[in-house]
Design a protein around this ligand. Sequence first.
Ligand SMILES: Cc1cc2nc3c(=O)[nH]c(=O)nc-3n(C[C@H](O)[C@H](O)[C@H](O)COP(=O)(O)O)c2cc1C
Length: 198
Amino acid sequence: MRIVAAVTGASGALYAARFLKACLELGVDVELIVSDYGQRLLIEELDLNLKTETVESWLTKRYGESKRTGSIRRHADHDLGAPIASGSQGWTGMAVIPCSMKTLSGIARGASSNLIERAADVTLKEKRRLVLVPRETPLNLIHLENLRQVALAGASIVPAMPAFYQHPKTFEDLADFIAGRVLSLLGIEHRLFEPWEG
Ligand SMILES: Cc1cc2nc3c(=O)[nH]c(=O)nc-3n(C[C@H](O)[C@H](O)[C@H](O)COP(=O)(O)O)c2cc1C
């Protein structure tokens, strides 16, 4: 299984970290794009500086060793010549986690002005699965209209709205709920949380 994952400059870097951790442990190969503000949020919220360390080394530092059969390959957001800028490259789906209102707007308008927007555009035109995890509050009409537009174009929207019926004990539990929802929509089986049995 090969997917594209994008991290943008919305609050909620932990959602991205838990999603990438799960992908690595589930044997998923990830083509990773992190916007400039995504990198800033990783530093601000997780103390993860991608200029000096990898996602994998940060995960080991924070959560210890685990069996990781997947992989992460980084791409620069300004590189519109990267392989994943083309639909001829096969990948199953793409997640933008978290997704800023700025990137949402670019995807909704088909701007393709950076690699994240372009890969999302390609994902939609190739009828692959695109999952967005928008984070902003409150939402204005422009945000709502852009969400409507991407939903009409075929994207799935998983707002960064964790549930509490699973009795989460840590921030990681909350983030895993969202990461798990995204994995499910991409067709990746996981056990990040127990299914609700009523
Ligand atoms: C600390 C911090 C937190 C931010 N949180 C959000 C947020 O939750 N949602 C959002 O849409 N933008 C947020 N922004 C603004 C975006 O980072 C900004 O619009 C940026 O241009 C997004 O670019 P990108 O989508 O290319 O990452 C935040 C910025 C900073 C510095």
